[in-house]
Design a protein around this ligand. Structure first.
Ligand SMILES: NC(=O)c1ccc[n+]([C@@H]2O[C@H](COP(=O)([O-])OP(=O)(O)OC[C@H]3O[C@@H](n4cnc5c(N)ncnc54)[C@H](OP(=O)(O)O)[C@@H]3O)[C@@H](O)[C@H]2O)c1
Length: 305
């Protein structure tokens, strides 16, 4: 349930270097461990803030493009077992992730998730082979069916991969509210380890059925689009943080948005994407300190109405 002292101090130093307000020193003494959540039915606990790679990791090979991403990765790696979510459809993101992990010799320190977005059979198998090559690994922690594509046949194949030990967990993803009903049917009728969905302070549809259902069925939940692809920051632009943000150890809007998500008991991990070390440090700060209670969660949501 904790990171070691060295990792915490290093993260605090990272925060200081980016100019972000760290957790208060008084409180830090008691909250030095990023919150983790167990994958249901297991003793494996994941840090509640991980990282997505869509767009942000789709860069070329130039040092100027890669350097900030290496720093972003370095910050994430300070917490053992953090989730990295990528996909073969994210341009060069898998290859960039693979290069950065290899450079840091850090494959074993992360929980690596990617996706299948090809039709089942030969196309899906070819895509999987490319993902392994680009990520420079022979095993994936979580393989997800992207946006429900050919999900019945792909799910059968993912089960085979899991039986063969090529993947540890299998899952299914979508990013829109109008897919939640289809996901609910799958969660009720099939055995999946993870569901990845959109959920944020401004998109709360998942709270109605899907999140409680996943909790009841013991399905882990990854949350994508936690900032609605950055839109939430434009909504609150130039607005000061509410004075009570400090009561839940939030020093930024990003931390308020993320703490709203990860304080939902059914959520396992939120996967914000960023290309900037400063924002990565900010996002990781949302795993630290006090979390909002149900009343405080509603206060956060009310700020966006
Ligand atoms: N169907 C699917 O399976 C699916 C669909 C959508 C997304 N996803 C996954 O979910 C991940 C996250 O979703 P997303 O990429 O759509 O968007 P997001 O995480 O909601 O938002 C990313 C945007 O927020 C900005 N940002 C991040 N942290 C910030 C901070 N602390 N302060 C200010 N700005 C910040 C980033 O800009 P900077 O780069 O400037 O920081 C970027 O523009 C994806 O990367 C992907 O892995 C999966």
């Amino acid at each position: 349930m904790s990171i070691d002292r060295r990792s915490f101090l290093s993260l605090a130093a990272g925060l200081a270097a980016t100019g972000l307000r760290p957790v208060s020193p008084v409180h830090a003494a008691t909250v030095a461990a990023p919150l983790r959540r167990n994958i249901p039915g297991t003793t494996e606990a994941l840090p509640v803030v991980g990282m997505g790679t869509a767009d942000t990791f789709n860069v070329g090979t130039g040092a100027d493009e890669r350097k900030p991403l290496a720093e972003v990765m370095g910050l994430l790696l300070q917490t053992e077992g953090s989730v990295i979510d990528t996909a073969p459809s994210y341009g060069s993101a898998e290859a960039v992730t693979g290069d950065l992990l290899r450079a840091a010799n850090a494959r074993s320190r992360v929980f690596l998730a990617t996706k299948i977005s090809a039709r089942s059979g030969a196309p899906a198998q070819a895509q999987w082979a490319r993902s392994l090559a680009d990520l420079q690994v022979d095993k994936i922690d979580l393989l997800q069916i992207h946006n429900l594509i050919d999900w019945q046949a792909n799910l059968r194949w993912l089960r085979e991969l899991k039986e063969q030990g090529r993947i540890r967990y299998l899952g299914i993803t979508h990013y829109r509210d109008d897919a939640h009903e289809a996901l609910e049917k799958i969660v009720r009728s099939e055995r999946v380890d993870f569901v990845q969905i959109n959920y944020s302070v401004a998109e709360r549809n998942a709270e109605r059925t899907l999140l409680p259902l996943c909790e009841a069925r013991g399905v882990a939940v990854l949350v994508n689009r936690p900032f609605q692809d950055g839109r939430l920051f434009r909504v609150v632009k130039d607005r000061p943080l509410p004075p009570w943000a400090g009561d839940i150890d939030c020093g930024s809007w990003g931390q308020l948005f993320l703490k709203f998500i990860v304080s939902h008991p059914a959520v396992t991990v939120a996967i914000p994407a960023t290309s900037k070390p400063r924002n990565m440090a900010d996002n990781l700060g949302a795993g630290l300190g006090r979390m909002p209670d149900p009343g405080q969660r509603e206060r956060i949501a009310a700020l966006l109405r």
